[in-house]
Write a protein that binds this ligand. Structure first.
Ligand SMILES: [Zn+2]
Length: 157
């Protein structure tokens, strides 16, 4: 009997030593991205008061990566996604909590424009993180008209 107990403890010890993966908690990684508020009309040239959707307060040219009072230009979206890939190219998953379109009055938007912006961001993220599971959630700016997502089935979404 004593011999059997020693043998079992020996087996248990060998299993614990040779399988550290099973004895330690696995540490995972994920990205949480939100509120891109991508402004497809952002530009650094032209009339300084009309280079982004919002009305700017000064007459200087907005920066390549954005400007106070403006939403996110493509350059900043692209740089942010590239930084994500550089820092952690293979996260366990990506939580994407929406608000993808610019803060634009409904009169300038349509369902097609909103869906196209979400499609463009989806494409960029999918190409940058292939084979990664996404958990997307719509924000209040991911619907047209904004803030009015239906509780029930919707043809466009
Ligand atoms: Zn937002």
């Amino acid at each position: 009997m004593v011999t059997l107990q020693k043998a079992l403890w020996g087996i248990i010890l060998v299993v614990l030593v040779t399988c550290p993966y099973h004895t330690q908690a696995r540490i995972g990684t994920f990205w949480h991205v939100t509120d891109f508020h991508y402004d497809v009309n952002y530009t650094t040239t032209g009339d300084s008061q009309n280079m982004c959707w919002d009305h700017r307060v000064d007459n200087t040219s907005p920066g390549k990566f954005g400007d106070y009072g403006c939403d996110t230009p493509l350059e900043l979206v692209t740089a942010a996604i590239q930084a994500m890939v550089k820092i952690q190219p293979k996260p366990d998953f990506i939580l994407w909590t929406g608000d993808d379109t610019a803060h634009v009055a409904d009169k300038y938007f349509t369902t097609t424009k909103v869906v196209n912006i979400i499609h463009e961001l989806t494409d960029k993220l999918n190409r940058s993180f292939p084979n990664t599971t996404f958990f997307p959630v719509l924000g209040n700016h991911d619907y047209y008209p904004k803030n009015q997502v239906s509780h029930y089935g919707n043809h466009d979404y």
